[in-house]
Write a protein that binds this ligand. Structure first.
Ligand code: ADP
Ligand code: MG
Length: 143
């Protein structure tokens, strides 16, 4: 990912956060792991609506968090794997379900609540942290 994508940015609406996700998507090659950190309602899914709609052409309205099934798969130029690990209780559960292969294979692997599998994240993982800054303001840090 280009160095210019990294660092802090502030958004002031969900539209701005989605647009930031779409911008990031343009710099992806198709084999990255994107790890998302941040509280409930911080904007992880909103950011991913931008990323996934940009990568696959599907409508942002169709992109929802796979809270109960852990994984949604989208087809585009390359596959996009969207995980929501909120309900995961142990890293071994992720491995046991056979999900680890998605961290290594082709495609872009996006993980909400990535801290649940911190020890499994590849070294080159792109880390995206969203923080509430009051009202509709969010601080987004990309590392
Ligand atoms: P998460 O996936 O982190 O739990 P969501 O993206 O599902 O969060 O929800 C974020 C909520 O906050 C949405 O209701 C969205 O409309 C609202 N919101 C308000 N301001 C922003 C902003 N600047 N960026 C992202 N979401 C925002
Ligand atoms: Mg979410």
């Amino acid at each position: 990912m280009p160095a210019k994508m990294k660092g802090n940015l502030y958004t002031h609406s969900s539209e701005e956060t989605e647009a930031a996700g779409a911008r990031l998507a343009e710099s992806l090659q198709g084999h990255e792991v994107l790890a998302f950190f941040g509280d409930l309602g911080a904007g992880k899914t909103t950011f991913l609506k931008g990323v996934i709609s940009s990568l696959t052409g599907c409508s942002p309205d169709e992109i929802t968090s796979p809270t109960f099934n852990y994984l949604n798969i989208y087809e585009g130029e390359f596959p996009v794997y969207h995980f929501d690990l909120y309900r995961l209780t142990a890293t071994e559960q992720f491995e046991g379900a056979g999900f680890s292969e998605y961290l290594r294979g082709d495609g872009v692997c996006c993980l909400e609540w990535a801290e649940k599998i911190e020890s499994k994240l590849p070294r080159e993982t792109i880390r995206i942290t969203l923080q509430h800054q009051g009202n509709d303001c969010r601080l987004i840090t990309i590392l």
